[in-house]
Design a protein around this ligand. Structure first.
Ligand code: ADP
Ligand code: ASP
Ligand code: MG
Length: 471
């Protein structure tokens, strides 16, 4: 059986939802799937705005936005559900969630403070609403579905906004709750992204976390496949929004896909691969707008990888924007031991996560997310050396298993980047990526010329495809 996850754009409108329903129904003819949904596109962002408006005591604005959330889902119900009794019942459920949302808005407005806990509760309504509508629409189309509240299954730690599952409990819950429904032949519709602590407080798994939910469910069941349905033809050679010539990758190893997602390719949540690897379940990344396109399969299965052996160097190019470089320099570093430890202690103490590092005898350059709060960190660093910040940079990473064994990659990268000011370079310890930091404004130019260098030749044939919307 399959776990099928649909992202926001794949269910964001009535047309998209209908398309997703057809895809699910087609899968249902083969076996009984578990369907994991994100919130409709734009809704999580809107809920975050609502939370912030409420936290800032801008009650009117928060209520206006919650009205928009209500209208969006009512609109979906009106288009998708004709049966009078069913429509009434779903509209009541939508209204109940919006009622809860508005109660929360008022509560936060009164207290005048948005806590991490209430933030996650705000975010959870998107998935609760989308699955409620989808499940009813599936019933309307004659498919027996069971709607489940994922918060009763995905029990997590209390690291709000970035919660992680308590695996043993969750796996047990899946076997106790989901498995019997599937055995009875009922397809399950449930939410990605959300969970709850042992004492019932709503949590979320981090932005884009529905992919992670799907992979976890796949591993706990276990399922035969995990399908990630999105708005592009699988994992591509580069972000197609920046490089219009990007091509679809037919097959990737788990390591390549994990590396790519860690390095910024938004198409997969970075934690999606680990559960799949554990149970050796293939992950398919598919296009809900073009279900006939082959998409990408991510696997370590030698049979699936066979015939896909690839002579080229690079599989894909990832980019992570919104970064800053911290350049640290101290003559006291020269020949001293323990200096690095001191620097990292400062980062650890300030709770700032370091992404890329490159060092010389007397200086260290590190990248951190632009959203990291640097106040205390800078004060402490300046006590031991000179610090300089470069804002608005991006990390570009060239990824491929073959980089490990191939020569000449660096030469080709640098010649492709000859017109770009490279601020930092690092060859990943995993040996399957080479990363460099460039100025934010140079990203399109850098990506396009790197992409041209590695993906315009004949060496890329066979494993890459022109996406369906370009054929
Ligand atoms: P969903 O809502 O389905 O989860 P996301 O927006 O999270 O979709 O991820 C899909 C988007 O990821 C694509 O529309 C694309 O712009 C972006 N993306 C970035 N890098 C890549 C890549 N290497 N391959 C495919 N898509 C990518
Ligand atoms: N709805 C959540 C988000 O927008 C989770 C997801 O889409 O995967 O981040
Ligand atoms: Mg996503």
């Amino acid at each position: 059986m399959a776990v099928m996850k649909f992202g926001g754009t794949s269910i964001g409108t009535a047309t998209a939802m209908k398309r997703a329903m057809e895809i699910v129904a087609a899968e249902g003819n083969k076996s009984v799937p578990v369907v994991v949904l994100s919130a409709c596109s734009g809704i999580t962002n809107k809920l975050i705005r609502i939370a912030e408006e409420a936290g800032g005591s801008r009650l009117e604005k928060a209520m206006e936005l919650s009205g928009e959330v209500r209208e969006h889902h009512r609109g979906l119900v009106d288009t998708l559900i004709n049966d009078e009794a069913r429509r009434k019942s779903v509209l009541e459920k939508v209204e109940a969630y919006i009622g809860e949302l508005e109660m929360l808005i008022k509560g936060v407005d009164i207290v005048g403070e948005l806590t991490v806990r209430s933030f996650d509760t705000f975010c959870s309504f998107g998935e609760l609403l989308s699955t409620t509508v989808f499940s009813a629409a599936m019933h309307e189309a004659g498919h027996e579905t069971a709607w489940l509240d994922m918060r009763e299954i995905m029990i997590t730690d209390d690291n709000f906004s970035m919660a992680r599952p308590l695996e043993e409990i969750c796996e047990n819950n899946v076997k106790k709750t989901i498995k019997p429904l599937l055995d009875e032949g009922r397809m399950v519709v449930t939410q990605g992204f959300i969970g709850s602590t042992k004492d019932g407080k709503t949590t979320t798994l981090g932005r884009g976390g529905s992919d992670f939910t799907a992979a976890l469910l796949g591993a706990w069941l276990p399922s035969d496949v995990i399908q990630i349905w999105t708005d592009v033809d699988g994992v591509m050679t580069c972000d197609p929004r920046i490089v219009p010539d990007a091509r679809s990758i037919r097959v990737m190893t788990f390591t390549e896909a994990a590396e790519l997602s860690y390095l910024g390719a938004k198409v997969l949540h970075p934690d999606t691969i680990a559960p799949a690897v554990k149970q050796n379940i293939p992950v398919y990344v598919l296009n809900s707008l073009h279900p006939e396109a082959k998409g990408t399969v991510i696997t370590n299965n030698p049979v699936m990888l066979e015939g896909m052996s690839y002579g080229g160097l690079v599989k894909s190019i990832a980019v992570k924007k919104g970064q800053r470089i911290i350049n640290f320099r101290s003559n006291r570093m020269l020949g001293r031991h323990g200096f690095m430890a001191r620097i990292f202690e400062v980062f650890a103490h300030a709770g700032v996560s370091v992404e890329m590092i490159s060092t010389s005898e007397v200086s260290v350059s590190l990248t951190v997310s632009e959203s990291a709060v640097l106040g205390d960190l800078l004060v402490e660093l300046r006590k031991i050396g000179e610090v300089e910040i470069e804002p608005n940079v991006a990390t570009i990473s060239v990824v491929g298993d073959n980089l490990r064994t191939s020569k000449g990659v660096a030469g080709r990268i640098f010649s492709a980047m000859k017109d770009v000011n490279i601020r930092m370079i690092s060859q990943g310890a995993s040996e399957i990526n080479v990363g460099m930091v460039v100025e934010g404004d140079d990203v399109p130019k850098a990506l396009q010329s790197l992409h041209h260098e590695f993906f315009s030749g004949t060496e890329t044939n066979g494993i890459f495809e022109t996406p369906a919307n370009k054929k």
